[in-house]
Design a protein around this ligand. Sequence first.
Ligand code: IPE
Ligand code: MG
Length: 222
Amino acid sequence: MDGNGRWAKKRGLPRSAGHGAGAKTFRMITRYCSDIGIKHLTLYAFSTENWRRPAEEVSALMKYFKQYLEEALRDFADDTVKVNFIGDITEFSPELQELMLENQRISADRTGMVLNLAMNYGGRAELVTAFKKIAKSIEEGKLSPDAINEQLISDSLYTAGQPDPDFIIRPSGEYRTSNFLLWQSAYAEYYIDDVLWPDYTKEHLNKALIEYSKRSRRFGGI
Ligand code: IPE
Ligand code: MG
């Protein structure tokens, strides 16, 4: 979800207003993806690098996260979406962490779309965490180095047990991955859209999905 700041700047508004508008898009797109039968949706909400932003902006983002997480607990009781957080959530305030864990708890048995919210997520940090876990198992004598394979690494990530992403959309016209799902995206199809996230609509997503349906995925074959 990119382009909130530029969206606000274009309108002479503070960046936090862009995050507010982006939060609305987030709600709408999440609902839409669930309605059209997407099985797994991962949204990059806050990266390990986003802490570098001015304190005022970080606290505005935290306010929107809190609002959404409280709303989800209060209003989405009958929802089918299973909420999951990827990233090191221990860096957030105890209150936010509790809200995240509670959202995971109450949705754990749901069988609809899996919504992964990447919070304090970085692809490199995720790999470091995974490698430490693997090294510990070796140190404890539970694992032989020869048993390390791609599956074991996949199973040691935050996304363990979930399929790799088929399709990654980046709005706001930036051509970079910004540390998103580095390992998991090996064969993902990419799609860059110029639209800024607060202006992103169902129509943008439909267009992207139609384009995806025409891609020929060969996974290194022919
Ligand atoms: C939202 O867009 C991404 C978040 C960190 C929530 P940005 O805040 O990166 O917007 P731009 O890239 O400055 O326009
Ligand atoms: Mg940005």
